[in-house]
Write a protein that binds this ligand. Structure first.
Ligand code: GRF
Length: 202
């Protein structure tokens, strides 16, 4: 299976996928990353792709007259690599109707909280501020909402007294990277069915 991974920052989830596929082999894992896309330049996530010899593309919102035009550009740039599955790993933009029309049902996101709790761009900070005792990460299919699509898998992380956002997020990422590698591999190797909010992987 062909994967395109979308990033906006450090790309450590992307790196976890790259390292695992390099170790296990594309044949065994069932998927290969054919391109990495971003919404901005100069991020470590793009350097990680370049280090791995993987093609990259950047679609900046400010380069387009409207959000819909950006969405179309992102869709076309992604389609050019004919992915079977698109993975958002820290991609900090909400895609639009056109992207979902093409990739809906095969577009996966990872979120650093236990959805439906704490959706949005500050899930780690919000869980901490709320005084939650446990949080975690969620891998889900992207639908037309924000972090509302059908959940595939979740991992639990306890919140500690002395946690600040950075420490907690790093601990969540340790679980999240393993979960994402496992889920993407299963989806790629076994296929899946989405019925309403239920995802089944044979
Ligand atoms: C991840 O925790 C992801 O869930 C969140 O942003 C983080 C991206 O981390 N949306 P990285 O860029 O993969 O290191």
């Amino acid at each position: 299976k062909r994967l395109v991974v979308l990033v906006s920052g450090s790309g450590t989830n992307l790196q976890a996928l790259l390292d695992h596929i390099a170790r296990e082999g594309v044949g065994q894992y069932g998927a290969q990353i054919v391109a990495v896309g971003a919404d901005r330049d100069g991020i470590v996530g793009l350097e990680r792709a370049e280090q791995a010899g993987i093609p990259t593309f950047v679609c900046r919102v400010k380069d387009h007259p409207t959000r819909a035009a950006w969405d179309r550009a992102l869709t076309e740039a992604t389609e050019a690599y004919a992915p079977d599955l698109v993975v958002s790993a820290g991609f900090m933009k909400i895609v639009g109707k056109e992207f979902l029309a093409v990739f809906g049902g095969r577009f996966v996101n990872t979120h650093p909280a236990l959805l439906p709790s704490f959706p949005g761009a500050h899930g780690v900070r919000d869980a901490l501020a709320y005084g939650a005792k446990i949080t975690g990460c969620t891998v889900h299919f992207v639908d037309d909402g924000v972090d509302t699509g059908p959940i595939i898998a979740q991992g639990v992380v306890e919140i500690r007294e002395q946690d600040d956002e950075a420490a907690l997020h790093e601990r969540i990422k340790e679980v999240e990277r393993r979960l994402l590698v496992e889920v993407v591999g299963r989806l790629a190797r076994h296929g899946y069915r989405i019925e309403g909010r239920k995802v089944s992987i044979p």
